[in-house]
Design a protein around this ligand. Sequence first.
Ligand code: 3H9
Length: 727
Amino acid sequence: MALYSREDDVAIIAVNNPPMNALSHHVRKDLIKFLKVAEADENVTAIVLCGDGRTFPVGADIKEFHKSVSALGPTIIDIVHALEKSSKPTVAAIHGSALGGGLELALGCHYRIAMSTSKVGLPEVKLGILPGAGGTQRLPRVIGLDNAMKWIAYGHHHPAGVGASLGLIDRIVAKGGDIRRSAILFARSMVGKGLGQRRLSNVSVPDASKVEELMAKHLKEVGLRTRGALAPVVCLQVIKSSALLSYKDGLESERQGMMTLLASSESKAQIYSFFSERQVSKWNAPGIANHATAKPMQVRSIAVVGLGTMGRGIAISSLKAGKKTYVVELNSKALAAGVKYIRGYIETMKKRAQISEEQAAAMQSAIIPVSSYNGIANVDLVIEAVFENMKIKKEIFGKLDKVCKPSTILASNTSTLDIDEIASATKRPEKVAGMHFFAPAHIMLLLENIYGRKSSAETIATIMDIGKQMKKITVLVGNCVGFVGNRMYGYYTTESVFILEEAAYPEQVDKVLTDYGFAMGRFQVGDLSGNDIGYKIRTGLGITHKQQPAGTPERKRGVLRYCPLGDFLVEKGRLGLKVGKGWYKYEGSRTPIPDPEVRKIIDEYRTRHHIVPRDISSEEVLQRMLYPLINEGFKILEEGIAANPWDIDMIYQYGYAWPRHTGGPMYYAFTIGLPQVLKVIEEHWKAAGASEPHWQPSTMLTWLVENHGNPDISQWMPLMQKHKSKT
Ligand code: 3H9
């Protein structure tokens, strides 16, 4: 709802719809009603619009999208026009955030004043839509076309001060000031001053003459950054109308753009992503604990064991979260190098104004270098980040268990190894868990937390809480080889080399993936992270080409199909970007260049095995890359390793750069339709049989299709649970 009050001659209309003052249908009804009251009241000379509680409205109610209620009048644009039309000065008093429809309301007001700490922006593009309450036509009239294109096509939130420098905010109220009081005084001071030029629909776009040049510039930039997404492009096209058409016609173009985008699968995927991102914090470890019942332990200090690339990034994340951070290396040279890197990184953040001088100083003084495990006996949480070797990890956990106080939680940053086995090296398995960071750990937003069979509720709640304090998208999963992310990714890489064998070169596969929306294709990613990583894992499994006794068929490992092309590459020293050659060659930059030598390796291999390369469609490449991963995702859900499909999708968006506008692997499967996905998986399974188990259809996927067709993604788990409880 909204609240109406009077302070002498000034009417105050306050949106009161916790937690974020979204402009739900009932709020919109109140706003129109109270604007009429204020307009009709002779004793009112000016009107202040504000938000109660945490914030100014942060936009339309996203929960109403794709439901009929969002279209129910009055709409936000009706309120924008009522505010603009008012004969009395209307003033938006902004605190917290004025975003989306919230900022559009403020753009309807004649004046805007804001707390210095507040943020403003039109982030609709991140929901796959555009500012649909006049924002595309009104913002360029205030801050110019160039700035409006940037703001709207990227959807960033901007400090109010930046808004003030562009003329969007008329007055800034310093931190600690009273925004409502300031707005009342400001509104009163504007009474009697003409409102003509304050009504944005009367104003023209200042840099309209540069429209074509600016369009070309922004289309190019947007194309590079938001690969394959429709909304940024439609946003730019609609903003262009503000320079070329009348306000009224521009609004019509905005309306049409909005209809197109709302109907797109992209907006549905983005809105799903918005809520999924928030849903993952409502974690559940069935039979152990959930977010609502478990209490985290207070963590004041964290020790990071191992200062390689991962350890350094984890230590920086810990320092950023304000923790006293013990950095541990037994070798003094490695310790010095790690500490030097971390200290240097903090200074760089300070230079780039990413942190203040005080924050930098606090972070520097919170670093405690340690060269023995005894030095971390009293820390609250240890995160081990040495290399991926079970024997070494168990040794370290055994030692940590002996020296650390009984309440210390011991976590491993393993990306694949069995957490229960690591925990078995200690006498405190209830205090052991996995915290799988993604490289570089201080930049990547994903944290995949793993609970073991014996992890306690408090341990799980604590690692989830630490993830939140580190400002990570923190997803809780169960224990299995590779957990969720890497277990699924394994089949993505397996299938990619089978495609090379049969039909394509690396650059052809990668192009299909980047056209789909990935920032990089699978082979470019391999080169970037180092092809030796996968080779080491395969060596651990005893399956590389070199390890086989003479006479072993090159394309088989036991009953399983195998492709040794990745082994050949590493054995020829093509480790990836770090040595200037891998699946591609690199000539002094990170740009991958298709390499005739790689083609030669593939061609010779094909000839040896009498494989005649065939034409392969982009559709087939995409299906073969993504469907095994999706199939494995269903197996993961079936086993309860992930509690919900959106947990998997968030892992993929934030850990593996899955394009957000398609939602993630599980949501993408829903968009395609589960029956269609299953059909393709079954065809491959029929053709490949037991030699390619990643094509064996998941029981859950099959059951859902046979019994429910393509049920809404929110229903997958409830339907399965119902089914399981009956059987
Ligand atoms: C729009 O305005 C379209 C218009 O152009 C015109 C249309 C015609 N609606 O994020 P938090 C919920 S599109 C419904 O955890 P924070 C959120 O789900 C909109 N619910 O807090 C969560 O619920 P729960 C354009 C919303 O402090 C709770 O509030 N605006 C909305 O980390 C707390 O949220 C945007 O895209 C909403 N609009 O971050 C801004 N917003 O507790 C969307 C939040 O059940 N909002 N909720 O999980 C945000 O980006 C963040 O909420 C914000 C605060 C940065 C403001």
